[in-house]
Design a protein. Structure first.
Length: 161
């Protein structure tokens, strides 16, 4: 809530994604190298079908192609002028390459899986937080991914070790 008050919290989602039969799609929160900010990430995965599928979470994976989502905005609409995020949501089809696979979740039938990590996932400039959706089925599956994040200037994180 504090980050929203400061105008640093953003939310956005992908256009509807279609998981191809026995294939995958992905969406990523991308932090460009010149952004000057670290991202603190939360996400959701929505399944609009009667078929469960898996969602794999990745740090810094690369994926070919993709399109930027126009559905992104600051959550504090009282701030004038409205802050613009330095990061972007991108989505596409295919399999991510490289990076670190964290874990997977099951997106149940007609449900939304929520990943609220409250600042525990931190992505620096040049990094991505990518969620890959994998269909186990021979039918196409409609889905959507959403992200919530706040940004903090680089260098403002200090280790106590």
């Amino acid at each position: 809530m504090h980050q929203a008050f400061l105008g640093r919290y953003f939310m956005g989602y992908t256009p509807q994604l279609t998981l191809p039969p026995r294939g995958s799609v992905w969406a990523a929160l991308y932090n460009p190298p010149a952004s000057g900010v670290n991202m603190f990430v939360n996400f959701t995965v929505s399944n609009f079908s009667p078929t469960p599928f898996r969602a794999y979470l990745w740090f810094n994976a690369a994926a070919d192609g993709g399109e930027a989502s126009p559905y992104v905005c600051a959550t504090n609409t009282a701030v004038v002028p409205q802050p613009e995020p330095r990061t972007m949501i991108v989505s596409g089809q295919g399999v991510p390459q490289g990076g670190c696979s964290l874990f997977s979740r099951v997106a149940g039938a007609h449900s939304t899986e929520v990943g609220n990590y409250y600042g525990k996932i931190i992505i620096p400039p040049g990094g991505t937080f990518l969620v890959q959706l994998v269909s186990p089925n021979t039918c196409a599956i409609p889905a959507e991914e959403a992200f919530g994040w706040w940004s903090s200037r680089c260098g403002s994180i200090r280790s106590t070790f």
